[in-house]
Design a protein around this ligand. Structure first.
Ligand code: GLY
Length: 326
């Protein structure tokens, strides 16, 4: 992290009064059940290292923004970051050199909006929200999604950066498509939020697998796969190889497992087991994070190396996920 980014992060944490002394967001099998079930206030939970992102979301809540505003604002920050090579502007292109983005969002009422294979639009999360709020549909794809974004005031722009062009040119030398575990230690941004009133929302956004087939759509824009929010129970989101998450409808599964009584950690673990019990996962990473109605958080992944960020008004910490393979 650059000095400037560290400074901005410290300022945000300071402004929010964050410290490292409050309760942990982590839910583990050892969690003391007597200490559970007491809702302790807002929580923001994200895949990978997103302390700055989470601080933005908490700040929106602090300023009396809605939980949905918190989700959208925070994800927009990641989409606009040219240094994040798996989301939005600067995201890696497909095998034709074209950047195509996927995103979805869900609100506390269980309404959902999604865009997939959208090109030239920097903020697919905002387009997904507009699909949810301004149309009778859930998903818009490709050229139709772009047209809808333009009609609703968004500007078209080139999403390639010098860095993403250079890495694409490097890739072209071999043109080999393979999944890489924990590529650059981040992938999809999946963000789950619960506010002071215990209302939940969530979103995710990605440029998908690097150098994918042109037209490929992953798990992230598919409601129930890359994201699911049920305000009565909890929420879940996924990162990693979307095909595995799609095959098992992972995020919906995690929420249904929580409905059945599992805590977020146990639910994520069981959803990972459903994948590894059926498919060869030697070179395949998937990570889940989940948040329940009580603000308890958990995560689990196939391989080591998956990290996630759990933030409250009192704490903003990056945690290591437990994994199936050690
Ligand atoms: N999880 C992101 C993707 O597979 O597209």
């Amino acid at each position: 992290m650059s000095n400037r980014r560290q400074f901005v992060l410290k300022s945000l944490i300071g402004a929010l009064g964050l410290s490292s002394s409050a309760f942990s967001c982590e839910s583990t099998p050892e969690a003391d059940s007597d200490n559970k079930r007491e809702f302790k206030g807002p929580v923001i939970l994200t895949t990978w290292n997103h302390q700055e992102t989470n601080a933005i979301a908490l700040n929106v809540l602090k300023e009396n923004g809605s939980v949905l505003d918190a989700v959208e604002s925070a994800i927009r920050k990641v989409e606009a970051d040219p240094n994040d090579s798996s989301v939005g502007y600067g995201g890696r292109p497909d095998r034709e050199g074209v950047v195509s983005l996927d995103a979805c969002i869900m609100n506390k009422a269980g309404e959902a909006g999604s865009v997939c294979f959208v090109r030239d639009i920097m903020h697919p999360i905002t387009v997904a929200r507009m699909v949810m709020e301004k149309t009778p549909h859930v998903i818009l794809a490709g050229q139709g999604a772009k047209q809808f974004a333009l009609e609703n005031g968004m500007k078209a722009r080139n999403l390639l950066t010098d860095a993403s062009i250079n890495s694409y040119k490097e890739w072209l030398k071999k043109s080999e498509y393979k999944t890489i575990i924990n590529i650059e230690n981040h992938d999809t941004i999946g963000l789950l939020a619960i506010d002071e009133s215990q209302d939940m929302a969530g979103g995710c956004s990605t440029s998908g697998m690097a150098y994918k087939y042109h037209g490929r759509v992953g798990d992230s824009p598919i409601i129930g796969a890359g994201l699911y929010v049920d305000n009565e129970i909890g929420s879940a989101t996924a990162t990693g190889v979307g095909e595995m998450v799609l095959r098992t409808l992972g995020s919906f599964l995690v929420v249904e497992l929580m409905r059945g009584g599992l805590d977020p950690y146990q639910a994520c673990k069981e959803a990972v087991h459903r994948i590894v019990n059926k498919y060869d996962c030697k070179d395949t990473q998937v990570g889940y994070v989940a948040l329940n109605k009580y603000g308890e958080a958990g995560a689990y992944s196939i391989h080591p190396g998956f990290i996630y960020t759990c933030s409250t008004p009192h704490k903003n910490e990056v945690l290591k996920s437990e994994s199936y393979f050690k």
